[in-house]
Design a protein around this ligand. Structure first.
Ligand SMILES: [Zn+2]
Length: 299
């Protein structure tokens, strides 16, 4: 029998997230509820019905596989949305603010119960930020763990740049060798992250480059100023001839969401693909990379 969900508010404090912008981060969460398995139910059906992931369901119930029994009681884990408070500055528009936080104008309107685009300086807006529970992370858990152990240089990072590797083989280690030997880069691997295609690393596996752990500039574009201030993510493959895999793009989105919404929350972060920066010099990340879809998501 499901218990009635009870709302609770968790005050997490500033969490060191760009304290300038974020006086506090408030997470509203529904208490977990209980669900009794009925005939015909599967974990994925139950998960979808409750708006959680199968991984979250498994974790909340200590399950390894997909086996559930009729009559079994399952805890449905809480899900939540975090809100950041933003004070409107002179000259800011709703779309500028929405882009800064990686959300849509419609989401900002809905969170604040406003229907027009009219805002005024000094007005307080609630900006919704989707929280991701650890269990819901499919691809980025290693990145989250590694990033917790380092101090992120938030003042440095302004742009996230998507690349393809241009070849169907390779992983972080082989590109590192190539960049050291052929390109004479003393810091090796030019990217901060490499997302595998299932050949020389896992399909959707995110490998963390040394440059991310050391918080140093990339070497992934020609323009020095952009290398100094941008995070380079390389997706393994040649996307002039084929599409990235579903898992690669899921990993890419999960990684960019994490970087923008959590690591660099509250500061403006641009999204670009390589050819938009080094115009006329490269087709990277290839015509089959979903560049337009990524711009719809990230501005
Ligand atoms: Zn590139």
């Amino acid at each position: 029998m499901p218990r009635m969900p009870r709302e609770r508010f968790l005050r997490l404090g500033a969490l060191g997230l760009a304290g300038l912008f974020l006086p506090r981060l408030v997470v509203r969460a529904d208490d977990g509820t209980e669900y009794v398995v009925r005939s015909g139910d599967t974990l994925s059906v139950i998960a979808r019905r409750h708006g959680v992931s199968v991984a979250e369901l498994r974790e909340a119930n200590g399950l390894r596989g997909d086996r559930i029994l009729v009559g079994q009681r399952l805890n449905i884990p809480a899900s939540g949305v975090a809100y950041i408070n933003h004070t409107v500055q002179r000259g800011e528009t709703l779309s500028v603010i929405a882009r800064r936080y990686g959300v849509t104008v419609a989401e900002v309107r809905a969170a604040n119960g406003i229907s027009s685009d009219l805002i005024r300086p000094g007005q307080e807006l609630r900006i919704p930020q989707k929280t991701v529970s650890p269990a819901a992370r499919q691809f980025s858990r290693g990145v989250v763990e590694a990033t917790r152990r380092i101090t992120v240089d938030k003042s440095r990072w302004q742009t996230i740049v998507g690349h393809h590797s241009g070849i169907d083989r390779g992983n972080a280690a082989s590109y590192d060798r190539f960049h050291r030997r052929e390109r004479r880069m003393e810091n090796g691997l030019a990217y901060h992250f490499v997302i595998g295609n299932g050949r020389d690393s896992g399909d959707g596996e995110i490998e963390i480059g040394d440059r991310w752990l050391r918080q140093i500039q990339g070497g992934h574009v020609r323009t020095h100023a952009v290398n100094m201030t941008s995070i380079g993510i390389c997706v393994v493959g040649n996307f002039e001839t084929r599409r990235p895999s579903v898992r690669q793009m899921a990993a890419f989105r999960e990684l960019v969401d994490y970087l923008r919404n959590e690591v660099l929350a509250g500061k403006p972060v641009n999204f670009a693909v390589h050819r938009e920066i080094d115009r006329n010099h490269t087709v990277c990340p290839g015509r089959f990379f979903p560049t337009a879809a990524m711009h719809r998501r990230y501005g």
